[in-house]
Design a protein. Structure first.
Length: 333
């Protein structure tokens, strides 16, 4: 490919809002010419932070004995525990695909205390690792750091939920709760739990943290991150951005589309239909001065799953990226 021929930036957007920080994704990127992209089949980890603290001036009031505080902490944690959660974005309503910029957002707890000079402070790490090589998703709960007075109890939950639809009810598939007590309450203490992926799903991670200090009302923090679409081997759906058109490649809103028989699929003429798309692309966005011979025209919803030749269901991709990354993901849908 000639240099500066393409103006498409490929990136995986994995940022999720948290209480005082943003989630960080650990993934590897490859550059081909002017194209930055992540290879399919790579391990991806999303780490989120949660903070809890009690003020020196006693914002959390006295509640009684140590045993009573622990009991209250467990009850408070359970109140924020759920076997199902609901997700709804009006932009995805009655759509077969949407711009990926409307997903991947975590729900923020507005009631979380802001960092200050605290009597005691806890920082937690919640990591979810998608491993296509093992076809697994692993949840990690970890005490990242402790400042000031140590709590007498920390309860961390990092549960995973899935759904066939982007909008709707997500059911819990992995329940992961860890109580840290006594000598376990130290930076670096952690717990992991793994789920074996069976099919393509939308995923949401929900975190609950409850911490209790002697003489203080227990504090609880909650957040959600997602949804993220991953196929049946736990490989993330690729997020692609075209810098020329300023358009993202849309993401499907269904994880359970059925295969359409070949004789009922929308036909695609690699000459006539391809030329018509290129002409309309240039008329719509201007001439990018690409060598179109090096590009494939990708069906966002593949014809195999009922996709048509509508302009908004088509997306131009460099051939290597299309065949090695995007098609690779769909082969395992």
């Amino acid at each position: 490919m000639k240099k500066k021929l393409f103006q498409i930036l490929f990136l995986v957007i994995l940022t999720c809002s948290t209480f005082f920080s943003v989630a960080h994704a650990k993934t590897e990127f490859t550059k081909s010419g002017d194209i930055l992209h992540s290879d399919s089949g790579k391990v991806v980890s999303i780490t989120k932070k949660a903070y809890l603290e009690v003020d020196k001036n006693g914002i959390a009031h006295e509640v009684g004995s140590k045993g009573k505080i622990v009991e209250q902490a467990r009850e408070q944690f359970k109140k924020n525990y759920s076997s199902t959660i609901k997700y709804h974005d009006p932009k995805a309503e009655n759509k077969t695909f949407v711009e990926p910029s409307i997903v991947n957002e975590g729900k923020e707890n507005k009631n979380s205390a802001s960092p200050s000079k605290a009597y005691g402070k806890v920082s937690m790490d919640y990591t979810v690792t998608f491993n296509p090589n093992k076809k697994t998703v692993t949840s990690l709960v970890k005490i990242d750091s402790l400042i000031g007075q140590k709590p007498i109890l920390i309860i961390g939950g990092n549960d995973l939920y899935t759904s066939n639809l982007m909008n709707g009810t997500y059911g819990r598939v992995l329940e992961h709760t860890k109580e840290f007590k006594g000598a376990q309450i130290k930076a670096g203490s952690k717990s992991t739990k793994t789920y074996n992926v069976k099919s393509t799903k939308f995923w949401i991670a929900r975190n609950v943290t409850t911490a209790a200090w002697t003489g203080y009302v227990p504090l609880t923090d909650t957040s959600e991150a997602g949804p993220q679409l991953a196929n049946k081997i736990a490989d993330f759906y690729p997020t692609i951005y075209n810098e020329h058109s300023k358009k993202y490649m849309p993401i499907p809103t269904k994880a359970n589309m059925k295969t359409v028989p070949e004789d009922k699929r929308t036909p695609w003429d690699s000459s006539k239909d391809r030329y018509a798309y290129i002409k309309k692309y240039i008329n719509t966005y201007g001439n990018p001065k690409w060598d179109w011979h090096d590009f494939d025209i990708h069906h966002v919803i593949p014809r195999e799953y009922g996709g048509n030749n509508a302009f908004n269901n088509l997306y131009p991709l460099p051939r290597e990226l299309h065949q090695q990354v995007v098609n690779s993901w769909w082969f395992r849908y």
